[in-house]
Design a protein around this ligand. Structure first.
Ligand SMILES: NC(=O)C1=CN([C@@H]2O[C@H](COP(=O)(O)OP(=O)(O)OC[C@H]3O[C@@H](n4cnc5c(N)ncnc54)[C@H](O)[C@@H]3O)[C@@H](O)[C@H]2O)C=CC1
Ligand SMILES: O=C([O-])CC(=O)C(=O)O
Length: 356
Protein backbone atom coordinates (compact mmCIF):
# COMPACT_ATOMS: atom_id res chain seq x y z
CA UNK A 1 0.00 0.00 0.00
CA UNK A 2 1.34 3.49 -0.91
CA UNK A 3 1.73 5.94 2.02
CA UNK A 4 -0.66 8.91 1.90
CA UNK A 5 0.69 12.44 1.30
CA UNK A 6 0.16 13.22 4.97
CA UNK A 7 2.06 10.08 6.01
CA UNK A 8 4.91 11.04 3.65
CA UNK A 9 5.10 14.43 5.35
CA UNK A 10 5.25 12.81 8.78
CA UNK A 11 8.01 10.42 7.66
CA UNK A 12 10.00 13.29 6.13
CA UNK A 13 9.64 15.29 9.37
CA UNK A 14 10.90 12.39 11.51
CA UNK A 15 13.87 11.76 9.16
CA UNK A 16 14.77 15.46 9.20
CA UNK A 17 14.56 15.45 12.99
CA UNK A 18 17.07 12.58 13.19
CA UNK A 19 19.50 13.97 10.60
CA UNK A 20 22.64 15.50 12.17
CA UNK A 21 22.63 18.43 9.73
CA UNK A 22 19.40 19.62 11.34
CA UNK A 23 20.72 19.91 14.86
CA UNK A 24 20.85 23.70 15.00
CA UNK A 25 17.42 24.06 13.37
CA UNK A 26 16.02 21.62 15.91
CA UNK A 27 17.58 23.58 18.78
CA UNK A 28 15.73 26.70 17.71
CA UNK A 29 12.42 24.83 18.10
CA UNK A 30 13.13 24.35 21.78
CA UNK A 31 11.57 26.85 24.19
CA UNK A 32 13.44 28.80 26.87
CA UNK A 33 16.00 27.53 29.35
CA UNK A 34 14.64 25.43 32.20
CA UNK A 35 11.21 25.16 30.59
CA UNK A 36 12.02 23.59 27.28
CA UNK A 37 9.91 21.26 25.18
CA UNK A 38 11.61 19.47 22.32
CA UNK A 39 9.33 18.38 19.49
CA UNK A 40 7.30 15.49 20.79
CA UNK A 41 9.02 15.67 24.16
CA UNK A 42 8.05 16.55 27.72
CA UNK A 43 8.89 19.86 29.46
CA UNK A 44 12.13 19.64 31.40
CA UNK A 45 15.86 20.23 31.33
CA UNK A 46 18.48 19.72 28.66
CA UNK A 47 21.25 17.35 29.68
CA UNK A 48 24.46 16.32 27.89
CA UNK A 49 26.56 13.27 28.70
CA UNK A 50 30.18 13.50 27.51
CA UNK A 51 31.70 10.00 27.28
CA UNK A 52 28.22 8.55 26.69
CA UNK A 53 29.39 5.38 24.92
CA UNK A 54 31.55 4.18 27.81
CA UNK A 55 31.04 1.75 30.66
CA UNK A 56 29.43 4.46 32.82
CA UNK A 57 28.06 6.51 29.92
CA UNK A 58 25.76 3.83 28.51
CA UNK A 59 23.80 2.90 31.65
CA UNK A 60 23.85 6.58 32.62
CA UNK A 61 22.29 7.49 29.26
CA UNK A 62 19.62 4.84 29.78
CA UNK A 63 18.79 6.04 33.28
CA UNK A 64 18.72 9.73 32.27
CA UNK A 65 16.34 8.84 29.40
CA UNK A 66 13.97 7.51 32.09
CA UNK A 67 14.27 10.65 34.25
CA UNK A 68 11.06 12.69 33.92
CA UNK A 69 12.95 15.96 34.54
CA UNK A 70 14.92 15.53 31.30
CA UNK A 71 13.41 16.77 28.03
CA UNK A 72 16.49 16.67 25.80
CA UNK A 73 19.40 14.24 26.17
CA UNK A 74 22.59 14.81 24.15
CA UNK A 75 24.97 11.84 23.95
CA UNK A 76 28.53 12.77 22.97
CA UNK A 77 31.56 10.51 22.61
CA UNK A 78 34.58 10.16 20.35
CA UNK A 79 33.44 6.62 19.39
CA UNK A 80 30.19 4.66 19.10
CA UNK A 81 27.75 7.41 20.11
CA UNK A 82 25.49 6.89 17.05
CA UNK A 83 24.79 3.30 18.11
CA UNK A 84 24.15 4.17 21.74
CA UNK A 85 21.90 7.04 20.63
CA UNK A 86 19.85 4.88 18.26
CA UNK A 87 19.45 2.29 20.99
CA UNK A 88 18.47 4.63 23.84
CA UNK A 89 16.25 6.76 21.59
CA UNK A 90 13.83 3.83 21.12
CA UNK A 91 12.84 3.92 24.80
CA UNK A 92 9.27 5.26 25.05
CA UNK A 93 9.99 7.94 27.64
CA UNK A 94 9.70 11.73 27.28
CA UNK A 95 13.28 12.84 26.64
CA UNK A 96 14.34 13.44 23.03
CA UNK A 97 17.79 11.88 22.41
CA UNK A 98 20.40 13.18 19.98
CA UNK A 99 23.87 11.80 19.31
CA UNK A 100 27.14 13.62 18.63
CA UNK A 101 30.35 11.98 17.44
CA UNK A 102 33.87 13.36 17.73
CA UNK A 103 35.41 16.75 18.41
CA UNK A 104 33.79 18.56 15.44
CA UNK A 105 30.36 17.89 17.01
CA UNK A 106 31.28 18.82 20.59
CA UNK A 107 29.93 22.36 20.34
CA UNK A 108 26.58 21.22 18.92
CA UNK A 109 26.35 18.73 21.77
CA UNK A 110 26.83 21.49 24.35
CA UNK A 111 24.83 24.47 23.09
CA UNK A 112 21.86 25.23 25.33
CA UNK A 113 22.54 22.56 27.96
CA UNK A 114 21.37 23.04 31.57
CA UNK A 115 23.42 20.15 32.95
CA UNK A 116 26.56 18.48 31.57
CA UNK A 117 27.66 15.14 33.04
CA UNK A 118 31.25 14.06 32.26
CA UNK A 119 32.24 10.40 32.54
CA UNK A 120 34.78 10.67 29.65
CA UNK A 121 38.23 9.21 30.15
CA UNK A 122 40.12 6.01 30.89
CA UNK A 123 39.35 3.82 33.92
CA UNK A 124 41.80 2.06 36.26
CA UNK A 125 43.21 -1.44 35.92
CA UNK A 126 44.35 -3.51 38.94
CA UNK A 127 47.48 -2.06 40.57
CA UNK A 128 46.80 1.51 39.41
CA UNK A 129 45.82 4.50 41.55
CA UNK A 130 43.31 7.06 40.32
CA UNK A 131 46.23 9.48 40.01
CA UNK A 132 47.79 7.13 37.42
CA UNK A 133 44.92 8.23 35.11
CA UNK A 134 45.95 11.89 35.32
CA UNK A 135 48.17 11.98 32.22
CA UNK A 136 45.37 10.89 29.88
CA UNK A 137 42.26 12.21 31.60
CA UNK A 138 43.58 15.71 32.42
CA UNK A 139 43.80 16.58 28.70
CA UNK A 140 40.36 15.07 27.96
CA UNK A 141 38.70 17.07 30.77
CA UNK A 142 40.51 20.25 29.70
CA UNK A 143 39.21 20.00 26.11
CA UNK A 144 35.65 19.22 27.21
CA UNK A 145 35.60 22.07 29.73
CA UNK A 146 36.88 24.50 27.09
CA UNK A 147 33.81 23.51 25.06
CA UNK A 148 31.53 24.08 28.06
CA UNK A 149 33.07 27.52 28.74
CA UNK A 150 32.37 28.46 25.13
CA UNK A 151 28.94 26.91 24.53
CA UNK A 152 27.08 26.58 27.85
CA UNK A 153 29.00 28.49 30.54
CA UNK A 154 25.94 28.61 32.79
CA UNK A 155 25.40 24.85 32.79
CA UNK A 156 25.82 22.86 35.98
CA UNK A 157 28.76 20.46 35.47
CA UNK A 158 28.86 17.03 37.15
CA UNK A 159 32.46 15.84 36.77
CA UNK A 160 32.97 12.08 37.15
CA UNK A 161 36.30 11.53 35.31
CA UNK A 162 39.17 10.53 37.60
CA UNK A 163 41.21 11.64 39.39
CA UNK A 164 38.31 13.84 40.57
CA UNK A 165 40.60 15.49 43.18
CA UNK A 166 42.60 16.91 40.24
CA UNK A 167 40.09 17.07 37.37
CA UNK A 168 37.79 19.45 39.26
CA UNK A 169 40.65 21.95 39.82
CA UNK A 170 41.51 21.54 36.10
CA UNK A 171 37.92 22.34 35.12
CA UNK A 172 37.93 25.37 37.44
CA UNK A 173 41.16 26.74 35.93
CA UNK A 174 39.85 26.28 32.38
CA UNK A 175 36.73 28.31 33.12
CA UNK A 176 38.72 30.93 35.08
CA UNK A 177 40.90 31.37 31.99
CA UNK A 178 37.77 31.78 29.86
CA UNK A 179 36.29 34.24 32.38
CA UNK A 180 33.24 32.03 33.01
CA UNK A 181 34.08 30.37 36.34
CA UNK A 182 31.14 30.01 38.70
CA UNK A 183 32.18 27.89 41.70
CA UNK A 184 28.55 27.03 42.44
CA UNK A 185 28.15 25.25 39.09
CA UNK A 186 31.20 22.98 39.12
CA UNK A 187 30.48 19.81 41.09
CA UNK A 188 32.83 16.81 41.42
CA UNK A 189 30.77 13.65 41.73
CA UNK A 190 31.53 11.81 45.00
CA UNK A 191 28.06 10.30 45.29
CA UNK A 192 29.38 6.75 44.78
CA UNK A 193 31.28 7.06 48.07
CA UNK A 194 28.01 7.98 49.80
CA UNK A 195 26.13 5.17 48.04
CA UNK A 196 28.78 2.65 49.15
CA UNK A 197 28.89 4.06 52.67
CA UNK A 198 25.10 3.76 52.98
CA UNK A 199 25.25 0.15 51.73
CA UNK A 200 28.14 -1.00 53.95
CA UNK A 201 26.84 0.77 57.07
CA UNK A 202 23.36 -0.72 56.51
CA UNK A 203 24.95 -4.19 56.26
CA UNK A 204 26.67 -3.72 59.62
CA UNK A 205 23.52 -2.32 61.26
CA UNK A 206 21.26 -4.93 59.64
CA UNK A 207 18.87 -2.30 58.20
CA UNK A 208 17.61 -1.22 54.77
CA UNK A 209 20.30 0.95 53.04
CA UNK A 210 17.57 3.36 51.90
CA UNK A 211 17.06 4.30 55.55
CA UNK A 212 20.73 5.22 56.07
CA UNK A 213 22.47 8.51 55.33
CA UNK A 214 26.25 8.67 55.74
CA UNK A 215 28.05 11.96 55.02
CA UNK A 216 31.32 11.34 53.16
CA UNK A 217 33.65 14.36 52.94
CA UNK A 218 37.16 15.22 51.68
CA UNK A 219 37.82 13.94 48.19
CA UNK A 220 37.51 10.89 45.94
CA UNK A 221 40.64 8.74 46.31
CA UNK A 222 41.91 6.47 49.10
CA UNK A 223 42.46 8.30 52.38
CA UNK A 224 40.87 11.48 51.01
CA UNK A 225 37.50 9.65 51.16
CA UNK A 226 36.42 10.43 54.73
CA UNK A 227 33.15 8.88 55.92
CA UNK A 228 31.80 10.66 59.00
CA UNK A 229 30.45 7.64 60.86
CA UNK A 230 29.76 9.75 63.95
CA UNK A 231 27.14 11.64 61.92
CA UNK A 232 25.22 8.71 60.42
CA UNK A 233 21.47 9.11 60.25
CA UNK A 234 19.55 7.59 61.96
CA UNK A 235 21.90 8.13 64.92
CA UNK A 236 23.89 4.99 65.85
CA UNK A 237 27.27 4.08 67.26
CA UNK A 238 30.06 1.77 66.14
CA UNK A 239 32.88 -0.02 67.95
CA UNK A 240 36.44 0.95 66.96
CA UNK A 241 36.66 -2.35 65.07
CA UNK A 242 33.50 -1.56 63.10
CA UNK A 243 34.68 2.01 62.43
CA UNK A 244 38.03 0.76 61.11
CA UNK A 245 36.39 -1.92 58.95
CA UNK A 246 33.79 0.50 57.51
CA UNK A 247 36.26 3.32 56.86
CA UNK A 248 38.67 0.99 55.04
CA UNK A 249 35.90 -0.64 53.00
CA UNK A 250 34.44 2.73 51.95
CA UNK A 251 37.88 4.17 51.10
CA UNK A 252 38.74 1.07 49.03
CA UNK A 253 35.34 0.43 47.43
CA UNK A 254 36.62 1.50 44.01
CA UNK A 255 39.66 -0.80 44.28
CA UNK A 256 37.39 -3.68 45.37
CA UNK A 257 35.51 -3.34 42.04
CA UNK A 258 38.68 -2.79 39.95
CA UNK A 259 40.18 -6.01 41.35
CA UNK A 260 36.96 -8.00 40.92
CA UNK A 261 36.73 -6.85 37.28
CA UNK A 262 40.34 -8.00 36.84
CA UNK A 263 41.38 -5.65 34.03
CA UNK A 264 37.93 -5.03 32.52
CA UNK A 265 37.60 -1.56 34.07
CA UNK A 266 36.19 -0.04 37.24
CA UNK A 267 32.74 0.60 38.71
CA UNK A 268 30.27 1.42 35.94
CA UNK A 269 26.79 0.25 37.00
CA UNK A 270 26.88 1.47 40.61
CA UNK A 271 28.54 4.65 39.27
CA UNK A 272 25.79 5.23 36.72
CA UNK A 273 23.25 4.75 39.53
CA UNK A 274 25.15 7.21 41.75
CA UNK A 275 25.55 9.70 38.88
CA UNK A 276 21.82 9.66 38.18
CA UNK A 277 21.01 10.04 41.87
CA UNK A 278 23.26 13.10 41.95
CA UNK A 279 22.12 14.52 38.59
CA UNK A 280 18.49 14.15 39.65
CA UNK A 281 19.26 16.10 42.85
CA UNK A 282 20.89 18.84 40.71
CA UNK A 283 17.84 18.99 38.40
CA UNK A 284 15.42 19.17 41.34
CA UNK A 285 17.56 22.02 42.68
CA UNK A 286 17.46 23.78 39.29
CA UNK A 287 13.67 23.38 39.31
CA UNK A 288 13.57 25.22 42.63
CA UNK A 289 12.83 22.36 45.03
CA UNK A 290 13.99 23.16 48.56
CA UNK A 291 15.99 21.14 51.07
CA UNK A 292 18.16 19.24 48.58
CA UNK A 293 21.42 18.39 50.31
CA UNK A 294 24.11 16.10 48.88
CA UNK A 295 27.85 15.59 49.31
CA UNK A 296 30.00 16.84 46.40
CA UNK A 297 33.59 18.01 45.74
CA UNK A 298 33.42 21.78 45.22
CA UNK A 299 35.36 25.03 45.56
CA UNK A 300 35.07 25.49 49.29
CA UNK A 301 36.09 27.43 52.38
CA UNK A 302 35.17 24.64 54.77
CA UNK A 303 38.91 23.89 55.23
CA UNK A 304 42.04 25.83 54.20
CA UNK A 305 42.07 23.87 50.89
CA UNK A 306 40.52 25.50 47.79
CA UNK A 307 38.39 22.41 47.05
CA UNK A 308 36.76 19.96 49.42
CA UNK A 309 33.82 17.55 49.39
CA UNK A 310 31.13 18.17 51.97
CA UNK A 311 27.38 18.49 52.22
CA UNK A 312 25.99 21.26 50.00
CA UNK A 313 22.53 22.63 49.38
CA UNK A 314 21.59 22.38 45.69
CA UNK A 315 19.36 25.06 44.21
CA UNK A 316 18.55 27.07 41.10
CA UNK A 317 22.17 28.21 40.72
CA UNK A 318 23.95 25.01 41.77
CA UNK A 319 25.72 24.59 45.13
CA UNK A 320 24.04 27.47 46.94
CA UNK A 321 25.28 26.73 50.44
CA UNK A 322 28.23 24.66 51.61
CA UNK A 323 27.80 23.23 55.08
CA UNK A 324 30.60 22.95 57.63
CA UNK A 325 31.84 19.49 58.61
CA UNK A 326 30.15 19.48 62.01
CA UNK A 327 31.63 17.90 65.13
CA UNK A 328 34.25 15.22 64.37
CA UNK A 329 35.49 12.54 66.76
CA UNK A 330 39.18 11.81 67.33
CA UNK A 331 39.27 9.07 64.63
CA UNK A 332 37.75 11.46 62.06
CA UNK A 333 40.01 14.38 63.04
CA UNK A 334 43.06 12.22 62.45
CA UNK A 335 41.57 10.99 59.12
CA UNK A 336 40.93 14.60 58.11
CA UNK A 337 44.61 15.52 58.53
CA UNK A 338 45.70 12.62 56.31
CA UNK A 339 43.01 13.47 53.74
CA UNK A 340 44.03 17.15 53.56
CA UNK A 341 47.68 16.30 52.98
CA UNK A 342 46.96 14.12 49.95
CA UNK A 343 44.21 16.41 48.67
CA UNK A 344 46.47 19.47 48.72
CA UNK A 345 48.95 17.75 46.38
CA UNK A 346 46.23 16.48 44.00
CA UNK A 347 44.58 19.90 43.79
CA UNK A 348 47.92 21.59 43.13
CA UNK A 349 48.70 19.05 40.40
CA UNK A 350 45.43 19.90 38.63
CA UNK A 351 45.95 23.65 38.89
CA UNK A 352 49.54 23.51 37.61
CA UNK A 353 48.48 21.36 34.64
CA UNK A 354 46.64 24.37 33.22
CA UNK A 355 49.42 26.85 34.00
CA UNK A 356 52.42 24.80 32.84
N1 LIG B 1 33.78 9.82 40.25
C1 LIG B 1 33.61 8.54 40.47
O1 LIG B 1 33.08 8.15 41.54
C2 LIG B 1 33.99 7.52 39.46
C3 LIG B 1 34.73 7.88 38.36
N2 LIG B 1 35.06 6.96 37.40
C4 LIG B 1 35.85 7.43 36.27
O2 LIG B 1 35.00 7.65 35.15
C5 LIG B 1 35.78 7.58 33.94
C6 LIG B 1 35.07 6.72 32.90
O3 LIG B 1 34.98 5.41 33.33
P1 LIG B 1 34.33 4.26 32.36
O4 LIG B 1 33.05 4.75 31.80
O5 LIG B 1 34.36 3.00 33.11
O6 LIG B 1 35.42 4.22 31.20
P2 LIG B 1 35.22 3.70 29.68
O7 LIG B 1 36.57 3.57 29.08
O8 LIG B 1 34.33 2.52 29.66
O9 LIG B 1 34.42 4.89 29.00
C7 LIG B 1 34.99 6.14 28.82
C8 LIG B 1 34.39 6.75 27.58
O10 LIG B 1 34.99 8.05 27.42
C9 LIG B 1 35.16 8.22 26.03
N3 LIG B 1 36.14 9.28 25.76
C10 LIG B 1 37.49 9.21 25.75
N4 LIG B 1 38.00 10.41 25.38
C11 LIG B 1 36.95 11.23 25.18
C12 LIG B 1 36.82 12.58 24.78
N5 LIG B 1 37.90 13.34 24.53
N6 LIG B 1 35.59 13.10 24.65
C13 LIG B 1 34.49 12.34 24.91
N7 LIG B 1 34.55 11.06 25.30
C14 LIG B 1 35.77 10.51 25.42
C15 LIG B 1 35.60 6.87 25.51
O11 LIG B 1 35.42 6.78 24.12
C16 LIG B 1 34.68 5.95 26.30
O12 LIG B 1 33.48 5.70 25.59
C17 LIG B 1 37.13 7.05 34.37
O13 LIG B 1 38.05 8.11 34.46
C18 LIG B 1 36.87 6.46 35.74
O14 LIG B 1 38.02 6.41 36.55
C19 LIG B 1 34.65 5.68 37.48
C20 LIG B 1 33.88 5.26 38.55
C21 LIG B 1 33.54 6.13 39.64
O1 LIG C 1 38.09 3.16 41.58
C1 LIG C 1 38.05 3.66 40.45
O2 LIG C 1 39.03 3.75 39.71
C2 LIG C 1 36.74 4.21 39.98
C3 LIG C 1 36.18 5.03 41.05
O3 LIG C 1 36.50 6.18 41.22
C4 LIG C 1 35.32 4.36 42.04
O4 LIG C 1 34.81 3.26 41.78
O5 LIG C 1 35.14 4.94 43.11
Amino acid sequence: MQPTVEANHRIARISAHLHPSNLQREESCVLGRGNCRAKGGAPGFKVAILGAAGGIGQPLAMLMKINPLVSVLHLYDVVNSPGVTADVSHMDTGAVVRGFLGQPQLESALIGMDLVIIPAGVPRKPGMTRDDLFNINAGIVKTLCEGIAKCCPKAIVNLISNPVNSTVPIAAEVSKKAGTFDPKRLLGVTMLDVVRANTFVAEVLGVDPREVDVPVVGGHAGVTILPLLSQVKPPCSFTLEETTYLTNRIQNGGTEVVEAKAGAGSATLSMAYAAVKFADACLRGLRGDSGIVECTFVASQVTELPFFASKVQLGRTGAEEIFPLGPLNEYERSGLEKAKKELAASIEKGISFIHK
